[in-house]
Structure formats: structure tokens, C-alpha cells
Design a protein around this ligand. Structure first.
Ligand SMILES: *Cc1c(COP(=O)(O)O)cnc(C)c1O
Length: 385
């Protein structure tokens, strides 16, 4: 058998691989740049680039013109620096005692939304003698991270004081939308108004941010008045739709980056009336062929996809037969010819999509790709030498 595209000896022996098409990722970055032609693109590569592989995806995103990278954890930003990335990186999620000094030493921009964080960043700047690069985050209505309108004036005043003292530079002001995946939702205009007001308050306090940023993927693709100097697409970079109301990936001109492939571990004939997998939630209707796939919920296949997850095998889309187990799922191949070792496509690359898996499992494509676990090797296509 000739090895299918993306299989390596180790992936072949494991029997499962996530093929990551970096050319598709570059094309998606280009699509975001086209949607926001006068803004810079911050490619969001948190959570191991949504499960796609942090370093390779970050590099491909830079090659395609992403001028910034965005991550949640400070540790993720440090990992990018350790891998040699030299461009602007913003990290936005920290708890008291976070490694601020290490971030400053690695020239990582940090988000500050509360006075404790400002104090810790200033302390790190004093200790290291380095000037921190800070993005102040306003809570404009998501009620997640960010200073509320009540806390904002004190935050910007303290930040301005620290800036004057030479401890930091306020590089950006930013916020995040609650309903960007519901184009036209009334909260969007409201949040933009609150954001503009927060920027005004900061300017009146003497701050001169170079970049304002608010737009995630959905807003990048559908909401030009949210673009400002920088947009922060994540899911679109990986070629998945931000949500059904925004459109399908194809409607949006996006190319799915991850394709999850596996090889059948067992193929066998069983009689009608055979119960399949734990609890026998599937029972064969007649004599049939069962195929066993070496992927389960430990690898990130949702258990909620029991009896509903779609898998392309032997030329047709099948449905997971019975419960998704920790390491394995079974499919019913009917009377179609198949052998152990044959390749099946769980999602991506000509098979069902991660968004299809999300729909049948009651979740979002984000969760499907992000949870594909470390037991599944990532194999990269389109790597530049
Ligand atoms: C994850 C995240 C993004 C990217 O969101 P997508 O919907 O994947 O485009 C942008 N900004 C913040 C603050 C995030 O946490």
C-alpha cells in the first residue's frame, strides 16, 4: 500500500494522524487580511494553535503576513520566543505572581486589566530595568477579562503615571465581543460604543495607544467597523467557521487546516443482531462488517458523538456505531470491502468537517480541533525549508 499524503512511519504505526496543511493556514491568513485590508492581523495561536501545533502554525501565520501573534498564557508566549519568533506577541491571561519579569526579558506584550496586574508589571519593570509593553483591556460587555467602566478611569490614570515614570508604555487598548458570531446583534454596536468611549477616556488621561483591537474571527469577516488598527482572528486562521450564523467555512472562503485520519485496526464480519461497543447502544441490523478505529475520547473525539459521529471509510460516510470509547470507535461498513490498515478520514480533507462533528456532538468546531490530544501526532504539509 502506498502511504497516503501526510502519513509518516510513526504516524502509520500509531494508526492515527492529524495532518496540518500550512498552505491552507496561509491562505486563511490572507483571507483575513483581505477582509480587514487597512488593519494588521494578530493571529491567535493560543492552546497549541487550537490544537494544530503552536510553533509551525505561528511561523506559517507570520509568513502569510500576520504582523502579531496572540496567546492566552504568558508561558505560551515564552514558548514562541524560545522557538525563535521575534515579532510582536501579546499574552493576555495571568494570575497574581505570573512570570512578568520573564515576559519583559522576552519582549512580550502583556495585557493589564486590573490594578494588581499593573502593580506587578511595574514591579517587574523596576527589578529588570526593562520598560513593559502593555495593552489595557476594557470590559465592554463580555464580563470576562477587562476593567469595567467604573474601574477604567483609575486604571488608565495609574497606567499613565507608570508610563511617565518610564516603567511601561501603553501600546494598545483592547476588548472582546460577546456576540460577534451573531451578526447584527444589538450588543455589538453597544460594545463598540463603550470601547470608543474607553479609548477617549484613556486619551484624555494622556495615553497614546498605537493599536486598538476588538475583532475576533467573526468580526474580522463580517464587521468592518470593529477592525481598528488590528484584528485578532483565531478560528478563521484554522479554516473553521466561527458559527453557523456567520456562514460555513466554504461560504467564508476558509480552508480547513486540520485533517484527522486513522487506519483501521480490525475488520470483521458479524451476524445481524450483534451488539456493538459498551452498553450495546448499536445493534447490527443484519450480517455486516465492523471496522475498528484506534481513536477515542482520550484523543479528543467527543463521547457525545456516540452513534452520530461521521467518518469517511471505504468511499462512503459512515456513522460511529455505538459508544465512543477511550481509545477506540467502531464503524459499520455494511458489505463494502475493507481491510485492516485501510485509511479512514474522521474529519477534514475530503471527509466530514470538524464543524459537522461539532453539530452532531452539540459543541463548536473550536472544541473539536482544540481537544485532539497529544497521542495523535501532528504532521505538517507545506513547511517552508
Ligand atoms: C480566542 C480569542 C480570540 C480569537 O477568537 P476566534 O473566535 O477564534 O477568532 C480573540 N481574542 C481573544 C481575547 C480570545 O480569547
Amino acid at each position: 500500500m502506498t502511504a497516503p499524503r501526510g502519513w509518516t512511519p510513526s504516524a502509520s504505526a500509531r494508526g492515527a494522524v492529524a495532518v496540518i496543511d500550512l498552505d491552507a493556514l496561509r491562505s486563511n491568513v490572507a483571507r483575513c487580511r483581505q477582509a480587514a485590508p487597512t488593519s494588521g492581523v494578530m493571529a491567535v495561536v493560543k492552546a497549541d494553535a487550537y490544537g494544530h501545533g503552536l510553533v509551525a502554525c505561528a511561523r506559517a501565520a507570520r509568513e502569510a503576513g500576520a504582523t502579531w501573534l496572540g496567546v492566552a498564557l504568558l508561558e505560551e508566549a515564552i514558548a514562541l520566543r524560545d522557538a525563535g519568533d521575534a515579532g510582536p506577541i501579546l499574552a493576555w491571561l495571568a494570575v497574581p505572581g505570573a512570570p512578568w519579569a520573564e515576559c519583559l526579558a522576552h519582549d512580550i506584550d502583556v495585557s493589564v486589566a486590573e490594578l494588581w496586574a499593573l502593580a506587578e508589571v511595574c514591579a517587574a519593570a523596576s527589578v529588570t530595568g526593562l520598560r513593559a509593553r502593555v495593552h489595557l483591556k476594557a470590559d465592554t460587555g463580555l464580563s470576562r477579562n477587562g476593567a469595567t467602566a467604573a474601574g477604567w478611569p483609575a486604571l488608565v490614570a495609574s497606567a499613565r503615571e507608570a508610563e511617565t515614570a518610564g516603567l511601561l508604555e501603553v501600546v494598545g487598548i483592547w476588548s472582546h465581543l460577546a456576540h460577534a458570531d451573531a451578526p447584527g446583534h444589538s450588543t455589538i454596536t453597544h460594545q463598540i460604543g463603550v470601547f470608543d468611549e474607553a479609548v477617549e477616556v484613556a486619551r484624555r488621561a494622556g495615553l497614546t495607544p498605537q493599536v486598538r483591537h476588538l475583532a475576533n474571527s467573526a468580526a474580522t469577516l463580517t464587521l468592518p467597523n470593529s477592525h481598528y488598527e488590528l484584528v485578532r482572528p483565531g478560528i478563521a486562521i484554522y479554516g473553521l467557521s466561527p458559527g453557523p450564523e456567520v456562514g460555513t467555512a466554504a461560504d467564508l472562503g476558509l480552508r480547513p487546516v486540520m485533517s484527522l485520519r486513522a487506519r483501521l485496526s480490525s475488520v470483521k464480519r458479524v451476524p445481524g443482531g450483534t451488539g456493538v461497543s459498551y452498553g450495546h447502544d448499536h445493534v447490527t441490523a443484519s450480517e455486516t462488517t465492523l471496522g475498528l478505529i484506534p481513536l477515542g475520547y482520550a484523543d479528543g473525539l467527543p463521547r457525545a458523538a456516540s452513534n452520530v459521529g461521521p467518518i469517511l471509510a471505504a468511499g462512503r460516510t459512515r456513522t460511529v456505531a455505538g459508544r465512543v470509547c477511550m481509545d477506540q470507535v467502531v464503524i459499520d461498513l455494511g458489505d463494502d470491502p475493507a481491510s485492516a490498515g485501510d485509511e479512514v478520514v474522521v474529519f477534514g480533507g475530503g471527509g466530514p468537517s470538524a464543524d459537522d462533528w461539532a453539530r452532531v456532538s452539540g459543541t463548536i468546531g473550536y472544541e473539536i480541533v482544540t481537544r485532539i490530544g497529544p497521542r495523535v501526532p501532528r504532521v505538517f504539509l507545506g513547511v517552508t525549508p
